[in-house]
Write a protein that binds this ligand. Sequence first.
Ligand SMILES: N[C@@H](CCC(=O)N[C@@H](CS)C(=O)NCC(=O)O)C(=O)O
Length: 218
Amino acid sequence: MTLQFFGHPFSSYCQKVLIALWADGTEFEYRMLDQEHPENMDELERHWPFRLFPLLLDNDRPVIETTVIIEHLQAHHPGPNIWIPDGELGRKVRFLDRFFDQYVMNNMSCPVFDAIRPEDKRDPYGVEQAMGRLRTAYDWLEANLGDGPWAVGDQFTLADCAAAPSLFYADWVQEIGPSRRRLAAYRARLLAHPVVARAVDEARPYRDFFPLGAPDRD
Ligand SMILES: N[C@@H](CCC(=O)N[C@@H](CS)C(=O)NCC(=O)O)C(=O)O
C-alpha cells in the first residue's frame, strides 16, 4: 500500500487528515498509535523525533504537518474534493485553516494537556489565557464566518477539515453557547457531514481518555 497513516482516532489533528482521506475515498493503511502497536510509535519517531502525529508515509517518504499532508494528497492522490482552490478563495481557505489550527485547536488543547500534567507542573495562568483566546476566536468567527454552508461558501475545503475537529472538541472545553448562533450552526452542520460523523463515531470508544471529562452529548 502506497500510503500509510500513523495516527489515533481520538486525536483532533488526526481527524483533520482522516476527514480529507475519507472524503476523497483515498485508500491507505492505518498504522494505529496505541499500546498494542509500539512499533508504530517507534517508526513515527524515526521519521519525526517530535513524536507528534499524524504522519503520512507515501512510498516511504514522510509527509508531516496536517496542512501539508492535505496539500500533498491534493497534489499526488487527488480525489473529488479540491482542498485548496486557486486564487483568492484559496488564500481565504489557507487563512481559515491557520485560524482553526492556531486559535481554536491549540487554545482548546492547552487546558486538555494541562489537566494531564503532574499537579505541581500545571499552568493555571496559561490555561486562563488560552480560554480567553478561545472565546475571542469564537467571537471573531461569529462575526466573520459567512452563512456557509462551509467555511468559505459552498465548497468543503481544507478549512472545514481543520474546523470540524477543532470546534468539536473546543465546545467541550468552552461551550460556544446559543448566543453565537452562526458558529453553533456551523459546528452542527460539520458534525452532520458524513465523514465528520464517521470521525466522531470512530473516536467514540476513546471518550474516557478526555482528561476534562467528555460531556454526555455529540
Ligand atoms: N501542527 C501539527 C500538530 C500535531 C499535534 O499536535 N498532534 C497531537 C495529536 S492531536 C500530538 O501529536 N500530540 C502528542 C504530544 O503532544 O505529545 C500538525 O498540524 O500536524
